[in-house]
Ligand binder design. Structure first.
Ligand code: SAM
Ligand code: SF4
Length: 328
């Protein structure tokens, strides 16, 4: 069985949210006061997560598993989950998206458990801007986490950055300089309408074109052919012996090449970040469903995947769940 939709796309990249909680409050993601976190009994246990990941890998053609959140480093069982994933046959690629807080301590054990790669979110190099943007004074922890990831061999370390007007829009070039100097691969992500506060406005968004212009002021960027992009959403540019990527989710959507599927921390399959429906595998699993039935339900959830997210369509509705609860 494969996870095929009506448009011929196959989902092979599974993003698993391990918690909706976070120790930062990035304003493009959640409000300063935080959110009503999911009650613990609703969250999948480590065993339940591993069972669903195993079904995805062994039966449904999942080849890459990315653990995310909320903040996945807050999940105590993370090294065990990574080790359990690494023991699957065929062994999937295992990656992690994190804000980096705690990575200084966890990078080496996670590498040892089988983690292959890591994406660390870093939107600014200015401690005050970091504090203002995330409502926490934790920039030094993030930088230490990045260094530890490189030291532990989680290469290539990728950095995700979101630019916001009036906050960190002038940091495109400094962030790229920093990443080039440290050997990190920088990827800018256009801000999407996924914040819990519903504060996103199209007019205020820093577009991919604008990011490219800002970088071109200081760097010579050479576009790489789209073949090198594959189903990866970043448009890549060669720069000073490395690359920089821009993920234009809003202005140049890549839905036609999407190979992703998401499992939320409470066991719902989402076929798109912007999906309005979910498929509840947790209740089926807890109700005694066997692997065959869970796989069938998962296949059904993917078949219904829409052609595109339609952010630019007047009828677009933001999903009920914010990014932190879906798993970015
Ligand atoms: N807490 C981890 C982190 O920040 O990397 C993992 C979860 S976070 C939701 C995953 C990624 O989504 C981060 O790189 C973050 O910058 C990005 N993100 C969150 N809200 C976003 C938004 N509204 N638009 C674009 N990217 C967003
Ligand atoms: Fe937390 Fe990541 Fe959301 Fe920032 S983007 S508030 S680090 S979940």
């Amino acid at each position: 069985m494969r996870l095929l939709d009506e448009y011929g796309r196959q989902a092979t990249d599974l993003r698993v949210s391990l918690t909706d909680r976070c120790n930062l409050r990035c304003s493009y993601c959640m409000p300063p006061e935080g959110l009503d976190w999911l009650p613990k009994p609703e969250l999948l246990t480590d065993e339940e997560v591993l069972r669903l990941v195993r079904i995805g890998v062994e039966r449904l053609g999942i080849t890459e598993v990315r653990y995310t959140g909320g903040e996945p480093l807050l999940r105590r069982g993370l090294p065990g989950l990574v080790a359990g994933t690494a023991a699957l046959e065929p062994r999937p690629e295992i990656s992690l998206t994190t804000n980096g807080i705690g990575l200084a301590r966890l990078a080496a054990p996670l590498r040892e458990a089988g983690l292959d790669r890591v994406n660390v979110s870093l939107d600014t190099l200015d401690r005050e801007v970091f504090h203002k943007l995330s409502f926490r004074d934790r920039l030094p922890d993030v930088l230490a986490g990045l260094a530890a990831a490189a030291e532990a061999g989680l290469a290539p370390v990728k950095v995700n950055a979101v630019l916001m007007r009036g906050v960190n829009e002038d940091e495109a070039a400094p962030l790229l300089r920093f990443c080039l100097e440290h050997g990190y691969l920088l990827r800018f992500i256009e801000q999407m309408p996924l914040d819990a506060q519903h504060g996103w406005q199209r007019e205020n968004m820093i577009t991919a074109d604008e990011i490219q212009e800002r970088l071109a002021g200081e760097f010579s960027l050479e576009p790489l052919p789209s073949a090198e992009r594959g189903s990866a959403p970043a448009e890549l540019f060669a720069v000073e012996g490395s690359t920089v990527g821009i993920i234009a989710s809003v202005t140049r959507p890549f839905c036609g090449a999407c190979d992703r599927v998401r499992l939320t921390a409470d066991g719902q399959i989402r076929n798109c970040l912007f999906a309005r429906e979910e498929s509840n595998l947790r209740d089926a699993l807890r109700g005694g469903a066997g692997d065959d039935e869970l796989a069938d339900r998962w296949v059904g959830a993917i078949r219904a995947k829409r052609a595109g997210h339609g952010i630019d369509d007047p009828s677009f509705l933001q999903p009920d769940r914010p990014m932190s609860a879906i798993g970015g």
